[in-house]
Design a protein around this ligand. Structure first.
Ligand SMILES: Cc1cc2nc3c(=O)[nH]c(=O)nc-3n(C[C@H](O)[C@H](O)[C@H](O)COP(=O)(O)OP(=O)(O)OC[C@H]3O[C@@H](n4cnc5c(N)ncnc54)[C@H](O)[C@@H]3O)c2cc1C
Length: 501
């Protein structure tokens, strides 16, 4: 039995893990020189560090991603944050943590303490959350979320300081480009359904260490083959089944079962025209993408001791204090190859733009490393690196005056132009299922039908669903996807949360 997986992002890797674990090793073909896809790192030559293309965090409600990490031994490299630090527009820090009450009461105190919302805002916020939890009507489903908020009496302050803060970070889109069901899912799964849904889990090592290093070893030691820098150019179909994947080199890799785990903007180009034109797949063409930017900063001293912070109503949305969070400073053996670094920078597949700006060439391995995340970063397009850096530093200085006294040793900006698919109203109708119209071809990827937005959880779910389809075809039906966190009894009785959308 030969199972070929094209694409070594989290979706392809999750499919490989699920099948390998069940005694079905696979062959993973990845076009880039490393695994991890959009969740990966690159070597920053100035700092000598392996830095992530962007901070990736998971949440307590991401049950499949957690299962994937536990299965492969990666879970110990995540740190669970039980307190979030929200910094209001006036610079005050509000600690956000759960009480010992059951869901949905566990966060009532935390919301009540948010100093940058008035009681009037909080009253409408509570009503909005309750209405969202109860479900949305067919008519509301067609609306952008901004319109739903207006219809539900949300105040401008609650919108800009709460709804927008949560959703732009979670879905990387502006409120007028978000599907109501997608918004509902974020709030129900994170805050309302279960006590643990909102915990933020942050990797303590570079992403490349997780997926390029440790996971690669896990897979290889169990018989799965990984071929890097192997780009699939075409899927070949003979007599109604996929017979082989043809590489750009002309080589073909034959197999019995195929999983295509490519980004949505790449997938149709490798399919024969007749299949790409299939009515189930034409929606992929209409998926749109949203950008995420990160600004990496190394100072000669700490600017704050906080491990992370949510910056409310600002350009900068999250600050991650990578020094405090414990990211390894020394690059691992998996990412010290300068050839790999060059090919990453040139990569046009994910259309990453990495821009360095280095006022001093001082080696910065002893610097204090902070990362700023700006989701839905369209407004940065066209601005110079210097202008973006100046805005970021001004915001940090207004919150942490020590920033002005610190020397900036080095900085780096990364924009992933096609970071995630945009959760536009009606987007789910465009997303195909994992089972393609050809029986022995599955799709995997955060953009397939998973019930989740573009996240690591969505990617892992898609890989598990694709693996389950393969298992069923081999006469070994099994549910691979892990269940959601159960809905708490009070959430069901009082908020009307009946399950996930
Ligand atoms: C900047 C940024 C920040 C993010 N932050 C978070 C976060 O905090 N939390 C979260 O949960 N999610 C986050 N995400 C989303 C998350 O990274 C993705 O949803 C997830 O990694 C997608 O995995 P995937 O396998 O579906 O796709 P990809 O990661 O895109 O994997 C597809 C793979 O296919 C390969 N490929 C492409 N063409 C070919 C070909 N012809 N042949 C062979 N291989 C090919 C690609 O190189 C890639 O490795 C973020 C994404 C970005 C970009």
């Amino acid at each position: 039995m030969r199972i070929v997986i094209a694409g070594g992002g989290l979706a392809g890797l999750a499919a490989a893990v699920a099948l390998t674990e069940r005694g079905l090793p696979c062959e993973v073909l990845e076009s880039r020189p490393r695994l991890g896809g959009r969740a990966s790192s690159f070597l920053d030559p100035v700092s000598g560090m392996s830095i992530d293309n962007c901070q990736h965090v998971s949440l307590g409600c991401c049950t499949n991603f957690r299962h994937f990490c536990e299965t492969t031994g990666l879970a110990e490299f995540f740190r669970r944050e039980a307190t979030l630090h929200f910094i209001g527009p006036e610079g005050r820090v509000d600690q956000f943590s759960a009480s010992s009450l059951p869901a949905p009461f566990h966060l009532v105190g935390a919301f009540a303490r948010l100093s940058y919302l008035t009681w009037h805002d909080k009253f409408w916020l509570a009503r909005g959350l309750k209405a969202l939890a109860r479900g949305v009507t067919a008519e509301e489903r067609r609306l952008p979320f901004s319109e739903w908020l207006a219809r539900h009496g949300q105040t401008p302050v609650a919108i800009s300081r709460f709804w927008q803060v949560v959703l732009v970070s979670a879905l990387s889109e502006s409120l007028d480009r978000i599907d109501v069901e997608h918004a509902r899912k974020v709030f129900v799964d994170t805050f309302l359904a279960h006590r643990d849904g909102w915990f933020v889990e942050i990797p303590t090592v570079p992403l490349d260490d997780l997926y390029g290093g440790r996971l690669t070893e896990w897979l290889i030691s169990r018989g799965t083959t990984i071929r890097l820098q192997t780009a699939v150019e075409r899927i070949e179909i003979e007599e109604g089944r996929v017979s082989a994947a043809r590489m750009s080199s002309g080589e073909t890799v034959g197999g019995d079962e195929f999983i295509l785990a490519l980004p949505f903007f790449r997938v149709r180009s490798v399919l024969p025209e007749s299949l790409a034109a299939h009515r189930d797949l034409t929606g992929i063409e209409r998926l749109e993408a949203a950008p995420i930017s990160s600004v990496h900063l190394w100072f000669d001293r700490p600017i704050t001791e906080l491990p992370h912070a949510v910056l409310v109503d600002r350009l900068c949305q999250w600050m991650f204090n990578r020094t405090a969070l414990g990211t390894a400073f020394v690059p691992t053996s998996f990412n010290t190859n300068p050839q790999r670094e060059r090919s990453h920078s040139k990569d046009t597949d994910i259309r990453t733009h990495i821009a360095g700006w280095c006022p001093e060439t001082t080696a910065t391995s002893n610097g204090f490393y902070y990362q700023i995340v700006i989701s839905a970063s369209r407004e940065l397009a066209g601005q110079s690196r210097e202008a973006i850096l100046a805005q970021v530093l001004a915001e940090l200085t207004s919150i942490w005056p020590e920033t002005a006294r610190a020397t900036l040793l080095h900085s780096r900006q990364v924009t992933e132009h096609r970071a995630v698919f945009s959760p536009l109203p009606g987007v789910d109708a465009l997303r195909p299922t994992q089972q393609s119209p050809i029986a022995n071809l599955q799709f995997a990827g955060d953009w397939t039908q998973t019930g989740w937005p573009a996240t690591m959880e969505g990617a892992v779910r898609s890989g598990y669903l694709a693996a389950a389809n393969v298992l069923a075809r081999l006469g070994r039906p099994e549910s691979v996807v892990r269940p959601d966190l159960p809905v708490g009894i009070w959430s069901r009785l009082l908020m009307g949360v009946s399950g996930r959308s």
